[in-house]
Ligand binder design. Structure first.
Ligand code: FES
Length: 73
């Protein structure tokens, strides 16, 4: 990730699609369905998911961050 670049991470778990949520105390995204755990970049650190959380293309236009299409990491 370059300085000034924004990363938009999907909240849809890469296992079976449950919504993950950010847990500040552990600095992890956690999926309540089967215990999937992801780091702040969406990389798998535990549980059944076999790939990272998807991301969305981003760009900055006129000082605003715009979110584009989803892609797999
Ligand atoms: Fe997230 Fe299974 S749906 S761990």
């Amino acid at each position: 990730m370059k300085k000034g670049e924004f990363v938009a991470i999907s909240t849809r778990c890469a296992h079976l699609g449950c919504p993950v949520r950010w847990i500040s105390a552990s600095e992890r995204f956690v999926c309540p369905c089967h215990g999937g755990v992801y780091d702040f970049q969406g990389l798998v650190v535990g549980g059944p998911p076999v790939r990272p959380l998807d991301r969305f293309h981003t760009r900055v236009q006129a000082g605003q961050v715009q979110i584009g299409s989803r892609y797999s990491v």
